[in-house]
Design a protein around this ligand. Structure first.
Ligand SMILES: Cc1cc2nc3c(=O)[nH]c(=O)nc-3n(C[C@H](O)[C@H](O)[C@H](O)COP(=O)(O)O)c2cc1C
Length: 204
């Protein structure tokens, strides 16, 4: 039997769980920011995707805290205009999930979890030393979306910082070298291990 569920008849949390269980797999942005007072914040977000190639722009949908305050990542990115997105690989899932604890703004997840940081190339927030792929971003646009509201941040990637060995001789990312993890619904995750190629039809 076909089930038809109408968002207008469902609670916000039911709609949220339907969307996050059905919009799968999602990439995970592991984001570092620095507050105006200098506290480094690190948190994961999977309402995340590419928006534009020219210039390279990505988008993050960041909900509010239960009391309506913006999350630290959104507040810091809006205040300072900068953030760094890291790719989460298989050996980093535990650390990434640990960063999703909602700590008060003056508490740094990086310090609480003992994450090693290093200077970024073009932006002030530091990068996660263990991350092999880092997208250093400047805030392109911030928009409030929906009733939450969600803070939708668009970031322009100003530097792709890649560990050695991730590019092939032609300068393309060697997909086989990456071990990304994706987010599914609830507490489910999936590695990306089985890869195959499919060529697009050529235009006549
Ligand atoms: C894998 C994963 C993905 C998440 N994706 C989102 C998301 O897209 N949007 C969001 O608002 N919270 C998301 N969260 C929850 C945030 O990480 C959590 O609220 C975090 O404490 C926010 O940190 P901050 O206040 O330091 O910015 C996610 C959590 C996990 C573990």
């Amino acid at each position: 039997m076909t089930e038809v569920l109408l968002p207008s008849e469902l609670s916000p949390s039911r709609n949220y769980f339907l969307l996050t269980s059905l919009l799968v797999p999602r990439p995970i942005a592991w984001v570092s920011t620095r507050s105006a007072a200098g506290v480094v914040n690190v948190a994961p977000f999977s309402f995340y995707g590419g928006i534009s190639g020219n210039p390279p722009i990505l988008g993050l949908g960041i909900g509010r805290r239960a009391d309506g305050r913006p999350k630290d990542t959104a507040r810091n990115a809006i205040e300072t205009g900068e953030f760094v997105v890291h790719l989460v690989e298989e050996d980093q899932v535990e650390a990434m999930v640990g960063c999703s604890a909602e700590l008060e703004p003056e508490v740094s997840e990086a310090e609480a979890l003992g994450l090693v940081l290093e200077d970024s190339r073009l932006v002030q927030p530091p990068s996660l030393a263990r991350a092999r792929v880092r997208l250093e971003c400047r805030l392109h646009q911030h928009q409030e979306v929906g009733n939450g509201p969600v803070d939708f941040l668009m970031g322009e990637v100003v530097a792709f910082v890649l560990a050695e060995g991730l590019l092939d001789e032609a300068g393309r990312v060697d997909e086989e070298q990456l071990q990304p993890v994706s987010r599914l619904g609830g507490a489910w995750y999936a590695p990306v291990r089985d890869r195959f190629r499919a060529q697009r039809p050529t235009n006549k």
